[in-house]
Design a protein around this ligand. Structure first.
Ligand SMILES: Nc1nc2c(ncn2[C@@H]2O[C@H](COP(=O)(O)OP(=O)(O)OP(=O)(O)O)[C@@H](O)[C@H]2O)c(=O)[nH]1
Length: 749
């Protein structure tokens, strides 16, 4: 039978009948049984399924804003589902493979069994409020993880214990490091035959360069994995689950040592309690300082180890007031919040997720968006519970909320209560930072750092079914862009076509699907193309003169520019272009003329001379500008642009192509065919590692050669391989491949 996850709406009571050593827990269609065997039984599931309205609103020290992050398929969603179940917020265990989980509520997520957008849920666990964000593992949705980490205080990194650290684990770990987010590691899938505690711990040390603090060891392995020993409390926990149908709510704990002398036992217990407290405090300090990461194990799918993980979240991860957010302290008790995600709701319009850093948020109030310098009215305030939201009267610092009514706010914006409170915060900041105020930094210093948006590597044209739907398509794309800053949309100046730029094949495919389902527009996508870049190989100086008479007016201008390459091939981030001036020229030019010159240079950077791709890694020096009186600024810009094109052409154009790093996990028997295929894709093998009976192949390959790789790999290995692909670097193409590309683009090949 397919179980459905129902939230706490109109729910009847569980009835618990205990008799003759047997328990029976009834819950509508589900019935769970357990047997009492004279040992203590723990069940944290309350009698009722709780409504998200019932979430406790504790002191800030008892709030945990955490994210769940991992490589794709490590089990984040399954773990989150168990957390909601054991904390009493769902009445059935959602299953990603059945497509009925709470947090993967998008149709595409349920169909594909993957997380695409990070979902937020709020629940409580032992008097703590946990605001949890389940983030996607697929590399195409990395920005979702980054956005979530920006506003979290702690994270749980979930591992497949048979695979240890995988490619995307490394990426998300680095993101957590960047935002100084303390982490706990959860070694999931301990029930898999290849699961290994030792292997996983070693890979955490070696690949993440982290210091694992092992808090539990598993009892049994693979199919015989039954529970854990808690190394701090010295207790063993075993889950009496024989089949998948049993839900693991019940597990037993027994003390490892017993004594007959009650007095001695009492003394020992007290001493032990003091020791444990000290130890726990030490583990906590180490975790918060990111000097070590607590490691726990379990199997979410088999319902083992999730309750101790929840305990560890409350014990070791920081409360919001234990994290140092430098920029917000100037607001003191005034409202300061960061918008970290926007979703579009058909009925309610844009819903903005915010993290409140200070002060209190209330519905029916006006707030100031510092980034946009405008005042907006928030109509309602909601508590997120996946796609179900609960209206609340107010929310205090340290929490995550959903705002209705903010129409202009986008991801990365800072929201405060009023202009007056922003000015007061500036004053406080200035007082504190007296003497070291940065140039023009007043406003900027109050804006919380936004989120870095990665460069899209793929693009394709998108067309509505008929021109009459063009406006609808534009509206859909505007909404989708507000939700997803990694989607870029532009209009091709030559063809007039609308172009989508995204992070990968899956990203574009999902967007296409969402436009169809959510906005009812059947669009046509052009072939997926690689986002190349252009640069130059050598320095070049050129002069150009424009002499044109328009009507009565003669426009005459002569400019000289020098371009030179400034390529930094050591990083994947694109080296932006620069504009500099000869000293004497700089002094002569008025601000208007400078703007016109820079417009001309920048427009030439947008479309390179070879194939019309954006130019990067070029520094331009303006050597001279001489204009006859009466020449317009538009003509000046046009002349600069033309001169730049000439200079870039003469400097020898070079195409840069995105090169991806690739990790393929494949059974030994298919290794040679995967290697052979990669050689044909201009792949370069960096390393081949052994992992149990599989091989892990680390390689780089140009993105242009990796189109449709998932289908090719599935065919080559009969579906027995997984891979992940992410941008490594933009690299100069060799002359042979560049010529082939130029011919192809010119329609000659
Ligand atoms: N054997 C085993 N399988 C598990 C366990 N936890 C999850 N799985 C399975 O692993 C697959 C992926 O689980 P998910 O919970 O969707 O993983 P995820 O990390 O949320 O995946 P993405 O969000 O798509 O990155 C599903 O088929 C689960 O049933 C576990 O403890 N043991």
């Amino acid at each position: 039978m397919r179980l459905r996850t129902v939230l706490g709406i109109g729910i009847g009571k569980f009835s618990v009948l205990v008799g003759g050593g047997k328990g029976l827990l009834k819950n509508g269609p589900q019935t769970c049984r357990w047997r009492l065997q004279g040992r203590r039984q723990y069940s944290f599931l309350p009698d009722d399924v709780k409504s998200p309205r019932a979430v406790v609103n504790p002191d800030i020290s008892k709030i945990r804003n955490i994210g769940i992050m991992a490589h794709i398929d490590a089990g984040k969603t399954t773990t989150t589902e168990r957390m909601l179940y054991y904390s009493g917020y769902t009445r059935a265990l959602g299953d990603v493979d059945d497509g009925d989980t709470v947090t993967d509520f998008m149709v595409q997520e349920r169909e594909r069994g993957i997380t695409i957008q990070s979902a937020a849920v709020t629940f409580d666990w032992k008097k703590h409020r946990i605001n949890l964000i389940d983030t996607p593992g697929h590399v195409d949705f990395t920005l979702e993880v980054e956005r979530a980490l920006r506003v979290l205080d702690g994270a749980v990194a979930v591992f497949d214990a048979s695979a240890g650290v995988e490619a995307q684990t490394l990426t998300v770990w680095r993101q957590a490091e960047k935002h100084h987010v303390p982490c706990i590691c959860f070694l999931n899938k301990m029930d898999k035959p290849g699961a290994s505690l030792h292997f996983s711990i070693e890979s955490i040390k070696k690949k993440l360069k982290a210091n694992p603090v092992l808090l539990q060891i598993p009892i049994g392995s693979g199919k015989s994995f039954t529970g854990l020993i808690d190394l701090i409390t010295n207790q063993q926990m075993t889950w009496r689950v024989k089949s998948r149908a049993e839900d693991g709510r019940v597990f037993e704990t027994k003390s490892l040592s017993q004594s007959d002398d009650p007095e001695l036992l009492q003394d020992a217990m007290e001493a032990r309690a003091a020791l444990i407290e000290q130890l726990q405090e030490a583990v906590r300090r180490v975790t918060l300082a990111r000097k070590g990461v607590p490691v726990l194990c379990g199997s979410s799918l088999r319902n083992k180890g999730v309750q101790p993980l929840l305990d560890a979240i409350t014990a070791y991860l920081p409360a919001p007031n234990e994290r140092h957010h430098d920029l917000v302290r100037w607001y003191q008790d005034d409202l300061c919040a960061l918008a970290f995600k926007v979703v579009h709701d058909k009925q309610r319009g844009p819903l903005v997720f915010v993290r409140i850093y200070s002060g209190t948020m209330k519905p029916q109030s006006a707030v100031l968006n510092i980034n946009r310098n405008n005042t907006e009215r928030m109509s309602r305030l909601l508590l997120p519970f996946a796609d179900q939201h609960v209206e609340i009267p107010s929310l205090t610092a340290g929490n995550i909320a959903l705002c209705v009514g903010l129409k202009q706010t986008v991801t990365g914006d800072t929201i405060v209560s009023s202009k007056a409170s922003a000015v007061a915060a500036v004053r406080r900041a200035q007082k504190e930072k007296e003497g070291e105020r940065k140039r023009g930094g007043e406003q900027a210093s109050l804006v919380l750092a936004g989120v870095e948006v990665p460069e899209p590597v793929f693009f394709c044209s998108i067309e509505p079914p008929t021109m009459s739907r063009q406006a609808d398509l534009e509206n859909a794309l505007t909404c989708l862009q507000r939700e997803d800053p990694s989607l870029k949309v532009r209009v091709d100046s030559d063809s007039g076509q609308t172009i989508l730029c995204g992070m990968g094949e899956l990203h574009i495919e999902i967007l296409h699907d969402r436009i169809r389902r959510e906005y009812g527009i059947e669009t046509h996508l052009g072939p997926l193309q690689v986002a190349y870049r252009e640069t130059i190989l050598q320095s070049m100086a050129t002069t150009d003169t424009l002499d044109r008479t328009v009507g009565e007016r003669r426009h005459m201008v002569t400019v000289s520019v020098a371009v030179c390459p400034i390529m930094d091939s050591s990083s994947s981030s694109l080296t932006s272009c620069e504009i500099t001036y000869d000293e004497e020229v700089e002094e002569q030019l008025s601000p208007d003329v400078r703007d016109a010159v820079e417009n001309g240079v920048n427009s030439s950077y947008l479309q390179g001379p070879l194939l019309g791709y954006p130019v990067q890694g070029v520094s331009t020096m303006i050597q001279s500008v001489s204009m006859e009186p009466g020449t317009s600024l538009a003509m000046l810009s046009a002349c600069v642009s033309r001169c730049m094109l000439k200079a870039l052409r003469q400097a020898g154009g070079q195409v840069l192509e995105p090169v991806m790093s690739l990790e393929v996990t494949v059974g030994e028997e298919h290794l040679s065919s995967v290697l052979g295929d990669l050689a044909q894709r201009r792949g370069a093998i960096r390393d081949i590692q052994s992992r149990h009976d599989s091989k892990v192949l680390l390689a780089t390959a140009p993105l242009a050669e990796m189109m449709g790789y998932s289908t090719a790999l599935r065919t080559l290995t009969s579906g027995n391989a997984t891979f992940s692909l992410q941008l490594d670097i933009y690299e100069a193409m060799n002359p042979q491949h560049q010529n082939a590309l130029l011919n192809k683009m010119a329609g000659l090949a």
